[in-house]
Design a protein around this ligand. Structure first.
Ligand code: NAD
Length: 253
C-alpha cells in the first residue's frame, strides 16, 4: 500500500507526548512532513529528532502555547514557510483538571477552556486559509465529550465543545475541500492518564484497573489512537466530515 500522507504537510499540536507524539511519528512514517508544536519545547524537539533520525528534514519542532493567538499563527506560518503548504491539522493538545465545580478555581476553568477549546478555534482560524489545496482537520475530543464523567467538570465541558465545534467547522469549510472530524479516545495509557491518578490521589494500579473496565478489558495505547487519526487525516476517509469517531475499546457502547 502507498504511504497514506505522501507529499502532505501536517501540524500536530501536543506532539511532545502521548497521543500527539505517536501520531506525529505515524504521520511521518506515512510520508508527511510534520510540524510538532507543543508548549514543552524540549519534548517537541525530541519527537522531531525521532522523525529526523528516520527521515532527515521531515520534522520541525515549534514551541508554542496553543491558547495564544500569536503562537497559533506562528505555528501555521512555520508549516507554510518551511514546508511550502499545509494539508493536515491535528488539534490534539489538551489538559485535564479532575475536580467538581466546588473545588475548581475560575482560573483553572479558564485555562482548561483556553487550552482545549480556544486553541481549536485559533488553529483553524489560521490553518484554514493556508489549506489552499483542501485538507483534513482532526480535533481530539474524548468519550467525555459525548457523555458525562465524575470529577471532571471543565474537561467534560471543553470536550463537548470540541465535538460540536468540529461539526460547525465541517459545515463551514466543506466547500473549500476541507474535512473536519473529531477522534474521541477512551482511557489511553499516556502521561495524562497517570497525572489524573495523581490529581485524584489514587494509586496508579487501581486507577489503571478502573480504566481497563470496558468491553475489551484494557486501556488503549497512543498508537491505536494514532491509527484512527491517520484514517481521518488521509484520503481513506474522503467522504467523512463532521463525524465523531469513538476509539475506546467499547467503553461508550
Ligand atoms: P499528554 O499529557 O501525554 O499530552 C498532551 C500534550 O499537550 C503534552 O505534550 C503537553 O505539553 C501539550 N500541551 C498542554 N498544554 C499545551 C498548550 N497550552 N500548548 C501546547 N501544547 C500543550 O496527554 P494525551 O493523553 O496524549 O492527550 C492528548 C489529547 O487526548 C488531549 O486533548 C486529551 O484531552 C485527549 N484525550 C486523552 C485521553 C487519555 O486517556 N489519555 C482520553 C481522551 C482524550
Amino acid at each position: 500500500m502507498n504511504a497514506q500522507l505522501e507529499g502532505k504537510v501536517a501540524i500536530v499540536t501536543g506532539g511532545a507526548s502521548g497521543i500527539g507524539r505517536a501520531t506525529a511519528l505515524l504521520f511521518a512514517q506515512e510520508g508527511a512532513r510534520v510540524v510538532v508544536a507543543d508548549i514543552d519545547g524540549p519534548g517537541a524537539e525530541a519527537t522531531a529528532a525521532q522523525i529526523d533520525a528516520v527521515r532527515p528534514g521531515a520534522a520541525l519542532a515549534v514551541r508554542a502555547d496553543v491558547s495564544s493567538p500569536d503562537d497559533c499563527r506562528r505555528v501555521v506560518e512555520s508549516a507554510t514557510g518551511t514546508f511550502g503548504g499545509l494539508h493536515v491539522l491535528f488539534n490534539n493538545a489538551g489538559i485535564i483538571r479532575r475536580t467538581t465545580a466546588l473545588d475548581l478555581d475560575v482560573e483553572e476553568w479558564d485555562r482548561v477552556m483556553a487550552v482545549n477549546v480556544r486553541s481549536v478555534f485559533l488553529m483553524c482560524k489560521y490553518a484554514v486559509p493556508a489549506m489552499t489545496e483542501g485538507g483534513s482537520i482532526v480535533n481530539t475530543g474524548s468519550g467525555w465529550g459525548l457523555k458525562g464523567g465524575g470529577n471532571a467538570l471543565s474537561y467534560c465541558a471543553s470536550k463537548a465543545a470540541v465535538v460540536n465545534m468540529t461539526r460547525a467547522l465541517a459545515i463551514d469549510h466543506a466547500r473549500a475541500g476541507i474535512r473536519v472530524n473529531s477522534v474521541n479516545p477512551g482511557d489511553t495509557d499516556t502521561p495524562m492518564l497517570r497525572d489524573e491518578a495523581r490529581q485524584l490521589g489514587e494509586d496508579w494500579t487501581a486507577f489503571a484497573s478502573d480504566a481497563a473496565d470496558r468491553p475489551m478489558g484494557r486501556a488503549g495505547t497512543p498508537e491505536e489512537i494514532a491509527r484512527a487519526v491517520l484514517f481521518l487525516a488521509g484520503d481513506a476517509s474522503s467522504y467523512v466530515t463532521g463525524s465523531a469517531l469513538v476509539v475506546d475499546g467499547g467503553g461508550l457502547a
